[in-house]
Design a protein around this ligand. Structure first.
Ligand code: SF4
Length: 362
């Protein structure tokens, strides 16, 4: 593997665009109002009504690890699914439901629709987006690709259908390293978008030559290496598990770096009794289920006095609620639509991802 400069991140956007991006993210964040907390009685009533509706509409809930524990439990109890975005995509495509109710963020609903064009795809809210998706608008991204025609375009799943349609490959964090390693071995130069931290991590691990788009996840970017170092001193026996969307300084301190599913597996398999976890707190529900008796501690973020977004909780994932899920299922509201032609184009790199993932499965 050739030596590379690990600190190099090729910024492809000018300052003006970064400011425009952060304003756009802020505008969407202002609309990300968390749902009120329902009483135990209301929750029970919603659960009962949702179960009936799921049956009547032959629908299934496909939920991400980061959404509320109530939604995760309901998905599993009713034969639906909880997983990372790759597994959600696969499950949605393969199940025989007529309606998929995707509890997550917008790009997950779009991916489900692209892979299952004949199914109705609903979401609890269409306002739930992602800072990575917002910071990678198709026009600028397309110009960037055009300026580097000799590069293979690999995009993260956290992108719009239009950006996926412009790509050669789509990946999730669970297969990003393997795929780029594979492409690099074939001598390909990689253009990567949108997460700069994940891109830089893949570049470090694989030694691949990569051009990186400059965007970040507003949740993972808030994890701080300095605070983490202090916390490790407090819990010297704890293993640090980190998602690769976290900054390089945090990843350097991690005992394990991986996707959400890989983090859950590591928590189960590592002998440690304590873990410091650098990813969205929504995952703690599954961690506690899969590794009972072990203790999980949230990795430090910007800390006291910081904005509420630095609480290791994605504001957009947090918009998914039992009530909205119920309303969407009852009225058929919040249906996800993807232009047919665009969907067909986006299907090509998505299918490559699924085929690649299937071939590397043990
Ligand atoms: S946690 Fe980060 S990457 Fe995931 S949906 Fe929220 S903003 Fe996007």
């Amino acid at each position: 593997m050739r030596e590379i400069d690990h600190t190099r991140v090729t910024s492809v956007v000018d300052e003006e665009r970064l400011i425009a991006d952060s304003l756009l993210v802020k505008r969407h964040l202002d609309r990300a109002v968390p749902p009120g907390v329902p009483s135990a009685r209301e929750r029970a009533a919603y659960r009962g009504a949702i179960m009936e509706l799921l049956e009547r509409r032959n629908a299934m809930i496909v939920a991400h690890y980061y959404v509320d524990a109530d939604l995760q439990e309901l998905a599993e109890e009713t034969g639906g699914f909880v997983g990372d975005s790759l597994e959600m995509a696969r499950f949605g495509r393969d199940c025989d439901a007529d309606v998929l109710l995707v509890a997550g963020v917008r790009f997950m609903g779009e991916t489900a629709k692209i892979l299952s064009p004949d199914k109705t795809v609903l979401m609890p809210t269409l306002e739930a987006t992602c800072s990575l998706d917002l910071a990678c608008p198709i026009d600028e991204f397309s110009r960037f690709c055009d300026a580097h025609p000799e590069h293979t375009v690999v995009v993260y799943a956290n992108t719009s259908a239009a950006v996926k349609a412009r790509a050669d490959w789509v990946v999730t964090s669970s297969i990003a390293v393997d795929l780029v390693d594979h492409l690099a071995a074939e001598g390909e130069k990689i253009l990567w978008a949108p997460d700069r931290h994940l891109g830089a991590y893949i570049e470090r691990v694989t030694g691949a030559e990569m051009l990186l788009w400059d965007a970040a996840c507003i949740v993972h970017e808030e994890f701080k290496a300095r605070g983490l170092r202090d916390l490790v001193r407090v819990y010297p026996e704890a293993a640090v598990l980190a998602h690769p969307e976290s900054p390089a300084g945090v990843l350097e301190l991690a005992d394990f770096v991986g996707s959400t599913t890989q983090i859950i597996r590591a928590a189960r398999e590592f002998p440690n009794r304590q873990f410091i976890v650098a990813t969205d707190q929504g995952i703690f529900h599954k961690l506690q289920m899969e590794a009972p008796g072990k203790e999980f501690i949230v990795a430090p973020t910007a800390g006291n006095g910081a904005e509420c977004r630095s609480c290791a909780s994605c504001p957009w994932m947090g918009m998914n609620s039992l009530q909205q899920l119920h309303d969407s299922l009852e009225t058929g509201g919040n249906e996800v639509h993807v232009d047919f032609q665009l969907g067909r184009q986006a299907m090509v790199p998505l299918q490559r991802m699924l085929d690649f993932a299937a071939n590397r499965r043990p």
